[in-house]
Each structure stands twice: as structure tokens, then as C-alpha cells.
Design a protein around this ligand. Structure first.
Ligand code: XCC
Ligand code: SF4
Length: 681
């Protein structure tokens, strides 16, 4: 019997993903099919063979001590009367779900903030003049952020105000920035960059972070067995750690990256696997920290390297990005992203990837298995992110000889070009995009006649041409049809005159599907938004960068409040947030800081909260009374967009600007009618 069973098992054909069901992107569909033909397994196949754990999905599995794991699924019939479910220690479903949620916030905040710390450390070497490979490309940004870190930019000399020595400012900024991670007293300095009422609210609630590391450590302590067993108190600490991320670690990362590598300005590029070139050396950089990839960009552009590539029979070097490392070099150098999170294996499956260089976060361990099937060199570069497989090469990157490391990596890729197999297949698909928007470029482009202020953006919101602003960000998730949620939600939003700001893999997705061009306005936008976009020549979806650059969205929201006419605080303005296909713990940290900053935030993919309905209700409803923003989850993309729009309209109504939209839309209809008549005549 037993034998028969095993036999049967072996005979059973392997379940594979249906490429058409797995993604809406033709390049991805083609590459999944190719992988299957070559018998190489990808995340898409694993997603159909491995089902998620039902109790984990509900958020109510606790393994915080060795008496567990204690599993508290919600009874099928629901709960009538008192909820008597408990873990061995008596922990309730609320406590367990809240602790699990908090640990996601801690992990997510630590990822962004550790990234920020690395950047701050490199900047300290720059300020101390210990490295020549990095410089200060944006002195303006440095001067701009210095006061927020309590660093004076002027000095008094004989009663006269003079500019302070620039090197001195740089050094003090570096020291003050690094201090934010572990200072023994005081509070997070950037908290005061938020609108005053928001800061005051945080202060009153006792959630202003003390320092970045401490808030994360405290989550780990509080969620240890037998410590914080009041879900509301746990959520309070989630807020404090998440704010330390959004208005701390991640914001410092963005700022100091801008200082060292330049603040992004709008530029044109492309996106999708089709950016790879058969006759070029293809190098893909993947991960999050731009510290190394900045050097790789420089190396691939150097004359020596290009000539070396030619000497090996290639026409040149094509660099491409995946995930947020990709976004970082896209927005500053126009390097095209080869794909988003779910396409990382596929870039290798083209057979044309001569080296994939990874740093931290969102890197599949399966890349090593896929790389084994091809000539691709998979190179890990970060001391905290190595892989166990023996085909992975580790070249540890050190900022003190950054250029040397980058040259070594690029040389390795070039040398590998000749080892390519005959079987190369690069999908043809790619799209053009405009990326590289920032707080200042929105100001500049939407500044209208009085350039240099958010007033014109506000004015267009007040007069109803722009209904509101949405931040749509975040990952892909193999449990969701690749790209579909992002694209559907965005189309629905812009159709309804909502201007969209995007970052992360969402940005890459929208680029791939051609939504990041000014021409998109005529095709997909409602009449109000279309008019604004056409007048100023911007896309209706503005790519603001990587995941840490969600802080740009916070600062843009702050500018909206400052410009006036849309309330006194972020929670008054017609704004909403969304992460359609989230998967990363960082998304939860981001969600929490966005909510705590006053913005209604809808996740598309399932949130692990169903096992604890009371805790879920607290996040989805109660938080609005505390922070002005709250969580929500809606997997249906059209409903998802309309929940955001409903919130935007609620805010418009509260501001008394709901009638303006009716007028604008009527005007437009009238005008079109007139134009039609005119044309007939
Ligand atoms: Fe990772 Fe930032 Fe998510 Fe993409 S979006 S899958 S976190 S790379 Ni931030
Ligand atoms: Fe179970 Fe409590 Fe231990 Fe969690 S902390 S595993 S609920 S005994």
C-alpha cells in the first residue's frame, strides 16, 4: 500500500502556474512559459503548489515562546458571546494578532532604517573626507535639511550674519543624522517637519519617537512572551516605531542619498525585461541601497569598461535595475528598470543576464537556483545578506574602495559575456516612462504662473479639476495576478481625476504598462485631471522613487498643508494611500506611519487580521479618531479605488469644496458641447 502511494505521488504531474493567469504583462507571461519549458521552477509555480497557512493568514498563530506555537483560528461559525480563545499563557486573539502585526512593523522599520544608517555612515565618511569615491552632489539639499537636524547654516561674525563653512555644516549634519539612531535622550528631530498640528497630536498621544533603534527594540521587548498584553498599547508602540521609520530612518536615507547622489529631476527612461540587449553585456542590480549601485553606474559608463566590453565582443554594457535599487538609479540616472519584484528570476531566465548584483531586501534565495541553470554570475555584496548556495559569489562592498569594488564586479560581468549559452530569449516588451519626480519637481511643474509653490496644486484641488491626491505604492505578491491590481486601481483613480504619486515596485509596474507618460492623460484621465496634466505637461501618475522615498510623499503632503486652503493638517486634505499587491513587512511599517500621519490607507492583498476581529476593527475604524487616518483592505481593485475616492470626497465635503467639482465637470461638458457645435458649424 505504502509503496503504491509513493509511486502515485511520483507519477503525479507537477502543478505549474498558468502564465496568462499569473500576470497581465506579456513579457512576464512569455518568460514564465519559457521557464516551464526549460523545467526551471519560479515563484509563480511555487505559488500554485504551496498554499498559505490558514491560521497564519488569520494572524492568530503565536510562536513567541516554546509552549506554543499556539493557534487560535476563528471558528467557522464566528464567535457568539464571549471570545474564550486563548494561548497556553492566556494570550487572546487580539494580543496575538497585535503582536504579530507589531513585529512586522519592527522588521519593516528596521529594514528601511538600517538602510538609512548605512547611507548616513557613508555620508559621515564623505564629510570626514575619508573617501574620494563619494561626494556631495547636491549642496542645496544639504543646506535645506541642516536646520531640521538642528544644524546652523549661518554664523554671526562681528554682528553680521554670514554663511557657515560648508564642510563644517556637512560634518555636523552627518554626526547629527547618525545620532538619530541611538541618542540617549530627546526626540526624533524630523518629527517637527510634520505640520504643527500633527506633531502636537503625536506629542499629546506620547508617540513621538525617542530614537530610531529604541522604538524597534521596544517592539521586540513588548511583544516578547508575557509583556504587553493590551492590543491598543501595542499599536501605540507600532506608531512610534513606524514614525521613527517614515519621519526618521527612511527620510534620512532619502535626504542623504539626495545630498550625495543628487536630487532627482524628471527624466525619460524605459521599463521591462525588453530593456536587456542581446548584443550587450547585461548587468542587473537588485535590492535597495544605492550606495554600491551608484558606483556600478559610474563603472559601466567609464570609457575603459565600455572598451573592455567591446574587446570581448559586446556592443556595450546595458545596466538594468530590479526593485528599489533599480528605482534609485532610475530616478537619478535614467537607468531603466528591467522589472519589478516578481520578475527577478525572469531576468536570469532570459539567458542574457551576465551578472546579477544584489544588496539587501526583496531578493529571492531562489535566484541562486535559477542562476545555476545559466551562465549568470550571482553576486551578493552586503555583509548582512549572503546566500548559502555554493554558486553565489560574495564581493563585499566597502565604501572606502567603492569604485574598485564596482570595477571588479563590472569586469566579472564582462568576462562572463562570452560564456553565454546559445539559448537567449529576451522578451521584446518595454515601455517609455517619465520618472524622477520629487517634492520640488511637483512644486515646479504644478507651480503654474507663480512657480515655486504648492499653491497651484492646491488651487486645482480646490477648484475641483484635481479631485484629490493618492499615493499608490508597494510590492507585487505572487498570490495576486502580477501587476493587475496596480494597473486597475490607478486607471480607476485617474479616470476619476485623482492625481497619483507612486513609488517602489508599483512605480515600475506603472512604467511597464505605459502609465507614466504625459500622453496617458488624454487616454485615461477624467477631464479635470487631463486638463491640468496637458497644460503643464506631466503624467497623471508621478514616479517619486524607491520605498524609502515614500517619505517624499509625506513631505509633499506637508507642502500641500503649508500652501493653504486645504485644512490645517494632513488628515484634512483630500488624500488617500494604497498598496495594492503588498507582501513585505516594510509595507506594514509604511502603512502604519502613513495612517499615523493622517492618511486613509487601503491594502489590496489580504491582511492577517481576520482571526482577531476586534483588533482589526481597531485598525480599520478606531484609529481614525486617534490619528485622522486608518487602515482598510479591499482586494477588488475597482472597489479599492472607489473606497479611496469616497474618502477623498468625504474630505472635500468637510472642507466645503465638494460643490466646486460639479461646476468644473459641468463646465467641461458645456465646453465640449460647444466645441462640438463649433466644429459642426
Ligand atoms: Fe520590495 Fe522596494 Fe515591495 Fe518592491 S515595493 S517588493 S518592498 S522592492 Ni517597496
Ligand atoms: Fe502560546 Fe502564549 Fe507562548 Fe504565544 S506566548 S506561544 S500564546 S504560550
Amino acid at each position: 500500500m505504502a509503496e503504491e502511494k509513493t509511486l502515485k505521488k511520483v507519477e503525479k504531474p507537477k502543478k505549474l502556474a498558468d502564465p496568462m493567469e499569473a500576470s497581465i504583462d506579456p513579457a512576464t507571461q512569455e518568460m514564465i512559459a519559457r521557464a516551464q519549458k526549460l523545467d526551471i521552477e519560479t515563484v509563480f509555480d511555487r505559488a500554485v503548489t504551496m498554499k498559505p497557512c490558514n491560521i497564519g493568514m488569520q494572524g492568530t498563530c503565536c510562536k513567541n515562546c516554546a509552549m506554543g506555537p499556539c493557534r487560535l483560528p476563528l471558528p467557522k461559525a464566528g464567535i457568539e458571546g464571549e471570545d474564550t480563545r486563548k494561548g497556553l499563557c492566556g494570550a487572546t486573539a487580539n494580543t496575538i494578532a497585535a503582536r504579530n502585526f507589531a513585529r512586522m512593523v519592527a522588521a519593516g522599520s528596521s529594514a528601511h532604517s538600517d538602510h538609512g544608517r548605512s547611507v548616513a555612515e557613508v555620508f559621515l565618511s564623505v564629510a570626514r573626507k575619508e573617501t574620494e569615491d563619494y561626494t556631495i552632489k547636491s549642496p542645496e539639499r544639504l543646506i535645506q535639511i541642516a536646520p531640521y537636524l538642528g544644524v546652523a547654516v549661518t554664523v554671526e561674525v562681528d554682528g553680521e550674519t554670514q554663511d557657515r563653512d560648508f564642510d563644517e555644516i556637512a560634518l555636523e549634519v552627518a554626526e547629527k543624522a547618525i545620532n538619530e539612531w541611538g541618542k540617549p535622550e530627546g526626540e526624533l528631530l524630523y518629527a517637527k517637519r510634520a505640520p504643527k498640528p500633527l506633531y502636537e497630536r503625536w506629542k499629546k498621544l506620547g508617540v513621538v519617537p525617542r530614537n530610531i533603534d529604541r522604538e524597534i527594540v521596544e517592539i521586540m521587548h513588548r511583544t516578547h512572551m508575557g509583556v504587553d498584553q493590551d492590543y491598543k498599547n501595542i499599536v501605540k508602540q507600532c506608531t512610534r516605531a513606524a514614525l521613527a521609520d517614515g519621519w526618521g530612518g527612511a527620510m534620512i536615507a532619502t535626504d542623504l542619498q539626495d545630498v550625495m547622489f543628487g536630487a532627482p529631476t524628471p527624466l525619460q527612461s524605459e521599463a521591462n525585461l525588453g530593456i536587456m540587449k542581446e548584443d550587450h553585456v547585461n548587468i542587473i542590480v537588485h535590492g535597495h541601497e544605492p550606495v554600491l549601485s551608484e558606483m556600478i553606474v559610474a563603472a559601466t559608463q567609464s570609457k575603459e569598461m565600455v572598451e573592455y566590453a567591446r574587446s570581448k565582443g559586446a556592443k556595450g554594457i546595458q545596466l538594468g535595475g530590479i526593485c528599489c535599487t533599480g528605482n534609485e538609479i532610475l530616478q537619478r540616472h535614467g537607468v531603466p528598470p528591467a522589472g519589478n519584484y516578481l520578475q527577478q528570476e525572469l531576468a536570469i531566465i532570459t539567458g542574457a543576464c551576465d551578472a546579477m548584483v544584489v544588496d539587501v531586501q526583496c531578493v529571492f534565495q531562489n535566484l541562486a537556483n535559477v542562476a545555476k541553470c545559466f551562465h549568470t554570475k550571482l553576486i551578493t555584496t552586503h555583509p548582512i545578506a549572503r546566500m548559502e548556495q555554493d554558486n553565489v559569489i560574495h564581493i563585499e562592498f566597502d565604501e572606502h574602495h567603492a569604485m574598485e569594488d564596482a570595477n571588479r564586479i563590472v569586469t566579472m560581468a564582462i568576462d562572463n559575456f562570452q560564456n553565454r549559452g546559445a539559448d537567449v530569449m529576451i522578451p521584446k516588451h518595454k515601455a517609455t516612462q517619465i520618472a524622477g519626480f520629487g517634492v520640488e519637481s511637483i512644486e515646479y511643474h504644478l507651480g503654474g504662473t507663480f512657480r515655486g509653490s504648492y499653491y497651484t496644486l492646491n488651487d486645482n484641488i480646490i477648484n475641483g479639476r484635481i479631485r484629490g491626491v493618492a499615493g499608490v505604492v508597494g510590492c507585487n505578491n505572487a498570490r495576486v495576478k502580477h501587476n493587475e491590481e496596480h494597473v486597475t486601481i490607478i486607471k480607476e483613480l485617474i479616470k476619476n481625476d485623482v492625481l497619483v504619486l507612486t513609488t517602489g515596485c508599483s512605480g515600475i509596474t506603472l512604467a511597464m504598462h505605459g502609465l507614466l507618460t504625459p500622453e496617458t492623460a488624454q487616454v485615461y484621465c477624467g477631464p479635470g485631471l487631463a486638463e491640468v496634466c496637458e497644460t503643464v505637461g506631466i503624467p497623471p501618475v508621478l514616479h517619486m522613487g524607491s520605498c524609502v522615498d515614500n517619505t517624499r510623499i509625506l513631505l509633499a503632503a506637508t507642502e500641500v498643508v503649508k500652501a493653504g486652503g486645504l485644512g490645517n493638517d494632513i488628515c484634512d486634505a483630500p488624500l488617500a494611500g494604497s498598496a495594492p499587491e503588498w507582501m513585505s513587512e516594510k509595507a506594514i511599517a509604511i502603512g502604519q506611519y502613513v495612517v499615523a500621519s493622517g492618511i486613509y490607507t487601503v491594502f489590496g492583498y489580504h491582511m492577517p487580521l481576520d482571526g482577531a476581529p476586534e483588533f482589526k476593527d481597531y485598525l480599520y475604524r478606531e484609529l481614525e479618531n486617534i490619528y485622522g487616518g486608518m487602515w482598510d483592505c479591499e482586494p477588488d481593485p475597482v472597489k479599492h479605488a472607489h473606497k479611496m475616492i469616497a474618502h477623498i470626497d468625504k474630505k472635500r465635503k468637510a472642507l466645503g469644496i465638494d460643490k466646486a467639482r460639479d461646476r468644473v465637470l459641468m463646465d467641461m461638458a458645456d465646453r465640449r458641447e460647444m466645441e462640438a457645435k463649433f466644429q459642426q458649424a
